[in-house]
Design a protein around this ligand. Sequence first.
Ligand SMILES: [Zn+2]
Ligand SMILES: [Zn+2]
Length: 284
Amino acid sequence: MGDMDKDGPFRNTLKPALLKGPPRPRRRVPPFLRSLIAGVQATVDWALPPRCALCSDMIGGMAGLCGSCFATMQFLTDPLCEQCGRPTSVKETSSTCATCLTAPPRYDWLRAAFAYDDASRSLILALKYRDRLDVVPALAGWMAAAAMPKIEAGDIIMPVPLHWRRFLARRFNQSAALAMALAERSDGIYAPDWIERTRNTPPMKAMTRKQRAENVLGAFSIAPPRREALHGRGVVLVDDVFTSGATIEELSAELRACGVSRIGVVVVARVVKHTHFQQEFELE
Ligand SMILES: [Zn+2]
Ligand SMILES: [Zn+2]
């Protein structure tokens, strides 16, 4: 895996972001120190007293959230659909939900730490747009708890890639940060740049399911040597949120075409239908 460490100019990892650093210091840091640490602000943030990602109260350790915010999170626990990970009723006879039985997804299993609601959305937005890299260990811990029995040793753990334009605008790929932390917690292999986003697809907010599928069609590519290396392997895709599944389906199609034997998906939160939080949020 030595060639995984080659630095492409727009590689979807934390590293370029850490080297470049955010443009504005957000914490009270003396000016002399500020200039000294300008290149590694994200690292410094980790060293400052941890705060709750939702209410900014001081917290202990790497918990990510204070006790009262933690209590608002909707963890997804059994019974869940064996395949798509949505909550099922104990009365259901099949371990796979009706949706997966009628239209099976291309991935084999999906697990989410939380239902996608206002609380998990705020948490993801904090990570995505407020550079709260300090919440990554806590999020990865919850994702690992949800997905660990499914991840097998040697599985290739890949973040959903960002197009390089979006990567430059945002300075880091939050899914890559989560994938790296998840790989550290499992016996998986972190592979941040095996799959590339070749098209900068427009946001899918107002799109129908069909339009979303068309929007991401052919948006990803895997280089020939990687395609060979993926043959017969298990892959785990990592993303922040699962909404319509269009992106994951397209990635899965690409991976299946490489002969990947098993595709898992781990996300921070997934949309859960037929509840009060059915409202479609869009983070892309
Ligand atoms: Zn809080
Ligand atoms: Zn299902």
